[in-house]
Design a protein around this ligand. Structure first.
Ligand code: CA
Length: 222
């Protein structure tokens, strides 16, 4: 029993240290092609790193909430549910996004996510500067097909350097139909360049494997 306790304590310590170094690096030259540039991509850490902006902030109308849903996730134990209370008909009036992301001009980037919706509805990719002059950097409408999980992706060439000054997400106020997201990734390169995240993050063994893999990826940079 004592031995098991010690092993478990050591594993926990490794995981805590691992989590500290596993944050995505947004400095130019520090990430590898295919390396995940978003945090909490599978919503296994709840709502951490994700920001829901609806129209209530700015008198635009539009009301949305987000919550973690353990029912029928695409990946791991949890997914994100976006509840539409009131749409405005204009997609950018509400957004689900992650801030402080970087990209390098002239390189290709890929956004891939899984989604399902109560009924077919549109969302719009929204990659944009998070401060003045709020430049729109990339987008495009995507039709979510319905209640079955589907993978959606977009690859584009970055028009210029952006360092920790853009958000990556979806504009959603064109519809109030509820939808779910999971396994939401953004990285440099084409879809086939993505570095494997290997294993299911919800199990301790897989978490350990994931941490080890991240550590080896990170160590190559320095
Ligand atoms: Ca998940």
């Amino acid at each position: 029993m004592r031995k098991r306790y010690v092993i478990s304590t050591v594993l926990t310590a490794i995981m805590i240290v691992g989590n500290c170094v596993a944050g995505t690096v947004q400095d130019f030259g520090k990430w590898e092609t295919g390396e995940l540039l978003l945090e909490n991509y599978s919503f296994e850490d709840g709502l951490t790193a994700w920001d829901l902006e609806d129209g209530s902030c700015c008198d635009r109308g539009g009301l949305y909430t987000m919550e973690i849903d353990e029912d029928n996730p695409q990946h791991g134990d949890q997914c994100l549910k976006i509840v539409g209370v009131q749409a405005t008909g204009t997609n950018w009036h509400a957004k689900i996004k992650q801030l402080n992301v970087s990209m390098q001009g002239g390189k290709e980037y890929t956004l891939i996510f899984w989604a399902r919706a109560e009924e077919p509805r549109q969302v719009s990719v929204n990659i944009q500067m998070q401060q003045e002059p709020w430049d729109f950097l990339q987008g495009g409408d995507i039709q979510l097909t319905g209640q079955t999980w589907e993978e959606y992706k977009l690859t584009f060439a970055a028009s210029r350097d952006i360092q920790r000054q853009m958000w990556v997400g979806l504009a959603i106020a064109q519809s109030d139909i509820d939808f779910w997201l999971d396994n939401f990734r953004f990285f440099e390169g084409q879809p086939e360049d993505e570095l494997s995240l290997d294993g299911e993050p919800q199990s301790v063994d897989a978490k350990q494997k994931l941490t080890t893999q991240w550590a080896s990826v990170k160590s190559k940079r320095f």
